[in-house]
Design a protein around this ligand. Structure first.
Ligand code: CTP
Ligand code: MG
Length: 231
């Protein structure tokens, strides 16, 4: 069954990471960006999309920052405790969704998402779900393990997997539960690929970056400023 009008649509936001690669004193989703926490941008964007019914956010057990966000008391927001891995956080959040709902899973650490990317994902989603993605631009090299090139990888069919990723909540929950201890599950699609699904690749905007390293903060700030001046 494809995604269609009338079906409940829940956004699921894994926000229980510690941001090890960012190396900041507080989890990266709470770092300020253009005057607001990264997570505040992300939640605001999802809560204001007219097609999204509810937003479920998964927080870390030690989280002492969430209640300070402007979105914290929003009536369409559901808060749950996340887990040890990103896939655990998503799986735990999915327990809040009605069986017939579709889940639009989006990283807390991608605050530059635009509504038109969500619209494209919803419009192009097929029966086996869909993900936002971007075609690889650079020539790709496979390393030989000691820092030299082993060979050049064919770039033609390679894509970067982004979020949001859109799937029927029940099927996604079953797939994540079945493959719970598989470390290769780094996004929602990979769990369903193991079940034989072939989700659709939907070309997304290049500015939907995941804030991962300190350098990304400046880039994300520029993208947010550009988005504000477009409005
Ligand atoms: N995430 C989560 N639960 C975890 C790990 C990650 O909900 N146990 C969330 C993060 O909060 C983030 C998203 O998954 O919004 C993408 O993960 P990533 O960018 O890797 O964030 P961190 O895991 O926090 O960063 P790092 O890997 O550098 O520690
Ligand atoms: Mg991580």
């Amino acid at each position: 069954m494809s995604f269609a009008a009338g079906q409940p649509l829940y956004a699921v936001v894994p926000a229980a990471g510690v941001g090890k690669r960012m190396g900041s004193a507080i989890p990266k989703q709470y770092l300020p960006l253009a005057g607001r926490a990264i997570l505040s941008h992300t939640l605001g964007l999802l809560l204001s999309h007219p097609r999204i019914d509810k937003v479920v956010v998964a927080l870390g057990a030690e989280d002492g920052y969430f209640s300070d966000l402007a979105e914290a008391g929003h009536p369409d927001l559901i808060v749950v405790s996340g887990g040890a891995e990103r896939s655990d956080s998503v799986r735990l959040a999915l327990a809040e969704l009605p069986e017939e709902a579709w889940a639009l899973v989006h990283d807390a650490a991608r605050p530059c998402l635009h509504h038109d990317d969500i619209d494209a994902l919803l419009a192009q989603c097929g029966a086996q779900g869909a993900i936002l993605a971007s075609p690889v631009r650079d020539t790709m090299k496979r390393a030989n393990g000691v820092g030299n090139i082993d060979h050049t990888v064919e770039r033609e069919a390679l894509w970067h997997a982004l979020t949001p990723q859109l799937f029927p909540a029940k099927a996604l929950s079953q797939a994540l539960t079945e493959h719970q201890h598989n470390r290769a599950i780094t996004d929602e699609a990979s769990a369903l690929e193991l079940c034989g699904w072939t989700p659709k690749l939907v070309a997304g905007r290049a500015d939907n970056i995941k804030v991962t390293h300190p350098d990304d903060l400046r880039l994300a700030e520029l993208f947010l400023a550009a988005a504000r001046s477009e409005q």
